[in-house]
Design a protein around this ligand. Structure first.
Ligand SMILES: NC(=O)c1ccc[n+]([C@@H]2O[C@H](COP(=O)([O-])OP(=O)(O)OC[C@H]3O[C@@H](n4cnc5c(N)ncnc54)[C@H](OP(=O)(O)O)[C@@H]3O)[C@@H](O)[C@H]2O)c1
Length: 274
């Protein structure tokens, strides 16, 4: 086990606290040598070895939020936790889970929600206060904290559906959709700022990676994506889900390699957009 966050990350990612006025956007994924992130039909494949998986958990602690698309929730049912970092360090906190889900298809059986409800139920509720978020609990510190899932959906989702999801324990954040019915990547920094989040680690899946990698620059001319961190596992998947969906591999931005680290069997590349 690494006892400190990998030095190459500490040196190249901004130190916390991040500035919610200009949230830092990291895009990260694990891929095979043939540029696949999942198997046939989206089946989950364990790509990262123990060392690079632990690095990913450190990386999660270095961001205020972690973001995935709704299909990843439906297909992988991830918990987005940080159980591989030292569990006795109260300064390490899991990032706030954010799910981009325009139609609010979020399954109420998702593990990320049941874990939050279990955690919420296990804590004392004082003054009949409704515990909305782990940040409301003054003594909630350390990797064992579980955060409420926050779901960013379209403002066109019927109020009854939003209420149903909120009653089940998640927080729903309605927002305006773009012309394709998606949450525009360029709208994300303002959404993060409005939620008090100064950085985000975007973990996939394929459609989300594509849309953020293709996104235009920010209003100030700087790239929307500040850091790209890719774990390359020495294996072939063959038929499966690509890093970006078929036909979306044109027009991807040029990358500048900052550092490549060997972690166990894997190579981890830290890049920036040129
Ligand atoms: N290896 C890895 O690192 C890794 C990590 C995560 C996931 N994965 C894999 O990725 C696969 C899922 O990828 P996916 O492409 O099917 O789904 P996804 O990227 O997880 O989710 C895509 C959905 O997100 C919604 N969305 C909201 N805003 C969007 C935007 N700006 N751009 C694109 N989508 C937006 C859309 O929902 P609506 O259709 O409802 O509009 C879209 O269909 C799974 O097989 C999973 O195993 C791999």
């Amino acid at each position: 086990m690494l006892t400190f966050p990998p030095a190459f990350l500490v040196g190249h990612l901004p130190a916390r606290p991040h500035d919610p006025a200009r949230p830092h956007v990291t895009v990260t994924w694990a891929q095979s040598l043939d540029a696949k992130i999942a198997g046939p039909g989206g089946a989950r494949v364990i790509l990262s070895g123990p060392e690079s998986m632990e690095m990913t958990h450190w990386l999660r602690t270095m961001h205020d939020a972690i973001l995935v698309g709704i299909n990843t929730i439906i297909m992988d049912d991830p918990r987005l936790k940080i159980q591989l970092v030292p569990q006795d360090d109260p300064s390490l906190l899991p990032p706030q889970p954010l799910i981009l889900d325009p139609q609010l298809r979020f399954p109420l059986s998702a593990r990320i929600l049941s874990e939050w409800n279990k955690y919420r139920g296990s804590r004392e509720l004082r003054d009949d206060r409704i515990l909305r978020d782990s940040r409301d609990v003054p003594d909630a510190r350390g990797p064992a904290v579980v955060r409420q899932p926050w779901i960013v959906c379209g403002d066109t989702v019927p109020p009854e559906r939003r209420e149903e999801v909120e009653r089940a324990g998640a927080r729903v954040v309605p927002t305006q959709l773009d012309g394709s019915g998606r949450i525009s990547p360029n709208a994300l920094p303002a959404i993060l700022s409005s939620l008090g989040l100064g950085s985000v680690m975007i973990e996939g899946g394929s459609r989300i990676l594509s849309s953020f990698l293709h996104a235009p620059s920010r209003a100030d001319g700087s790239p929307l994506v500040d850091s790209v961190i890719v774990t390359v596992a020495p294996m072939f998947i063959g038929e499966g889900v690509g890093v970006v969906p078929e036909g979306e591999d044109r027009g991807l931005p040029p990358l500048r390699t900052i550092h490549t680290e060997t972690m166990g069997k894997d190579a981890v590349m830290l890049c920036a957009l040129r």
